[in-house]
Design a protein around this ligand. Structure first.
Ligand SMILES: C[S@@+](CC[C@H](N)C(=O)[O-])C[C@H]1O[C@@H](n2cnc3c(N)ncnc32)[C@H](O)[C@@H]1O
Length: 311
């Protein structure tokens, strides 16, 4: 343990795992697609900031592993606070809404696996070339990993497909040691089976597979009073199914939880002739005001739930 016991107001007595949180600042600065102007951090180790201690040429970053310890404003990085407005229609139409990754919780990469997504090889200059097939950008995977790592409860994954988003999140949960489950919803039974096999090969066991329409499963969870710490919405990008998710999320998320909408920055959302992509309009029309825009990352939009969970 490298944190001096005399450190002032150190809140990280139980959750800190030094080996999981070691990153080099040099590597962070060299990484592509990363805008992190908050790397200096707070050396005082107060409750507001990750604590950094130089040792053996490494910078150890003690992230706060329990979001509940911080108020929403304490959790938000200064860079997020400055950029806390969703992109305009013009930016989306022009393809300028794709966001560089910035941490929302803490100020750095969480560990080497997380940092690895910042330099992950891409298939076509866009999607990461992961052994589990999917369409995640680096910025998408980085934010998914971060949100899953710090999730205070189980996680909802809308749209399993072949299992990429659930792989990224299941690995984050495993690395965090939080014990959270990923509940992944897929309408197509065959895809759900493909994902199951991919996860089995990777020995990922913390995943609960549900087959059927996402809205139907969400209603079941609402009926059970079940709450989640984080939700990734990436099933259909049409208006109707995105609306169905938005109107239920206020009853499903824990206070302080987050929801990440995939393909929010896709310019096809701005094309009135393309009804396959209508994420932006559905979110604007139906996500309750208790959700506050937090950040763009890759092609995703992140919203924080500030309500009490009653809807
Ligand atoms: C874009 S893919 C999901 C990709 C996945 N999140 C990943 O990163 O690998 C969308 C998936 O959602 C499924 N889907 C479409 N509509 C759905 C619905 N109403 N309920 C549940 N799943 C749905 C599709 O069959 C498809 O496999």
């Amino acid at each position: 343990m490298i944190i001096p016991s005399s450190q002032p107001c150190n809140p990280i007595t139980s959750g800190f795992a030094p080996n999981r949180t070691a990153v080099t600042v040099a590597a962070a600065l060299a990484a592509e697609e990363i805008v992190c102007d908050a790397l200096q951090g707070c050396k005082a180790g107060c409750s507001r900031h990750p604590l950094r201690v130089q040792e053996h040429g490494w910078t150890e970053v003690a992230n706060l592993t329990n979001m509940a310890m911080m108020t929403p404003d304490e959790r938000r990085t200064p860079t997020d606070a400055a950029a806390a407005a969703p992109p305009t229609d013009a930016a989306i139409a022009g393809g300028q809404a794709v966001g560089a990754y910035r941490p929302t919780i803490g100020k750095d990469f969480i560990n080497e696996r997380h940092r690895g997504y910042s330099v992950y090889p891409t298939r076509d200059g866009v999607a990461i070339d992961h052994p589990v097939f999917g369409w995640l950008r680096r910025g998408d995977a980085l934010k998914l990993y971060e949100m899953a790592y710090f999730s205070p409860g189980d996680i909802l994954d809308l749209g399993t497909h072949k299992g990429l988003s659930s792989t990224v999140m299941a690995e984050a949960v495993f690395d965090a040691g939080s014990g959270a489950s990923i509940v992944t919803l897929e309408i197509n039974e065959e895809y759900s089976g493909v994902a199951r096999r991919a996860h089995r090969e990777r020995r990922l066991t913390n995943i609960d597979y549900r087959v059927g329409d996402a809205a139907k499963h969400l209603d079941t969870f609402v009926g059970e009073g079940r709450k989640f710490g984080f939700a990734f919405v990436d099933h259909s990008h049409r208006y109707g199914p995105t609306k169905e998710a938005c109107i239920r999320l206020g009853k499903l998320l824990m206070p302080g939880g987050f929801v990440l909408f995939h393909d929010y920055a896709d310019p096809r959302n701005a094309d009135p002739g393309n009804d396959e992509y209508d994420v932006v309009r559905a979110v604007r029309d139906h996500l309750p005001p208790s959700f506050r825009f937090a950040a763009m990352s890759g092609c995703c939009a992140l919203y924080e739930f500030t309500g009490d969970g009653s809807g």
